[in-house]
Design a protein around this ligand. Structure first.
Ligand code: FE2
Length: 279
């Protein structure tokens, strides 16, 4: 599935762009299903996703999403009275975090031969999909996602996170495409997001100053797969355009590595992570 030079590029830069990876039928299936999930979402709980201060915003609704399908609002979705400024459909930041296990359109793609082929090329023995997200990056209010590393949220010993991010719509400079800092994965993970025994979560550590001059915009057509090493520093800017930038991402870890007990995302014994394959 990947050539040797693609694997080397991934190992050197910490990310890799693979155009034309997802077919149109799969894209449309995912988009329609996400639309249905939002339509059926009756917000009794308001939860906002933020990479800036998730620890303050975090609530049980967020933690419980580890094995469910929950919708999270954009930070700027509400006015001062707590009323949505736009329709519900244009106010959701993302759906997470067990789409890859619970929703057929996302499960089938995650477990597809193509995805398995990628993980085999990257030498995973027992790849475990642990988290998935449908990201809307809504027109006008799709917020900035500040520089971070995905291993911050999902630690194994040794580290093993890889993110598979697919563009369901074209990602451009105007609608808030991904940006990544080549080679930044070689310095380990700087911050961890952990939960304590009282289910309180917090960030531990400090992110170094990111030299955005050396970061690369990942402008891609829909259907493109972007592989992101768990320690590569990446971010996206606000979507100031009139167009959304839908994407689906799934995070995979090596199942033979130790999955840390203080990761925010935990599964019960009755609903364990399921490997894509075992070797
Ligand atoms: Fe990320």
């Amino acid at each position: 599935m990947l050539t040797e030079s693609q694997v080397n590029e991934y190992l050197t830069n910490g990310f890799l762009v693979v155009p034309d990876f997802v077919n149109e039928g799969t894209i449309q299936g995912m988009k329609s299903r996400a639309e249905e999930i939002v339509r059926d979402f009756n917000p009794t709980t308001i939860s906002i996703f933020s990479t800036k201060d998730q620890s303050n915003k975090t609530d049980e609704y967020f933690l419980e999403s580890a094995d469910k399908v929950h919708c999270f609002f954009e930070q700027g979705a509400f006015d001062e009275q707590g009323v949505l400024k736009k329709s519900k459909e244009l106010s959701i930041n993302k759906i997470g975090h067990a789409l890859h296990d619970l929703v057929p359109e996302f499960r089938d793609w995650t477990r597809s031969d193509e995805v398995q082929g990628i993980l085999r090329c990257l030498k995973y023995n027992t790849p475990l999909p642990v988290q998935s997200m449908y990201i809307f990056k809504q027109p006008g209010i799709g917020g900035e996602v500040r520089a971070h590393q995905d291993s911050t949220f999902l630690a194994t010993e040794p580290e093993s996170v890889v993110g598979l991010w697919i563009a369901l719509e074209d990602a451009t400079l105007e609608n808030g495409c991904l940006w990544a800092c080549p080679g930044s994965h070689k310095h380990g993970t700087h911050v961890r997001f952990v939960r304590d025994e009282n289910h309180a979560v917090s960030f531990q550590g400090e992110m170094p100053q990111v030299d955005k001059e050396i970061c690369t915009p990942i402008v891609v057509k829909k259907g493109t797969l972007v592989l992101l090493h768990g320690s590569v520093i990446h971010y996206s800017q606000e979507n100031t355009s009139g167009k959304s930038r839908h994407a689906f991402s799934v995070h995979i870890v090596e199942g033979t590595n130790h999955y840390l007990e203080d990761n925010w995302l935990q599964r019960s014994q009755s609903f364990p992570f399921i490997p894509l394959y075992t070797t």
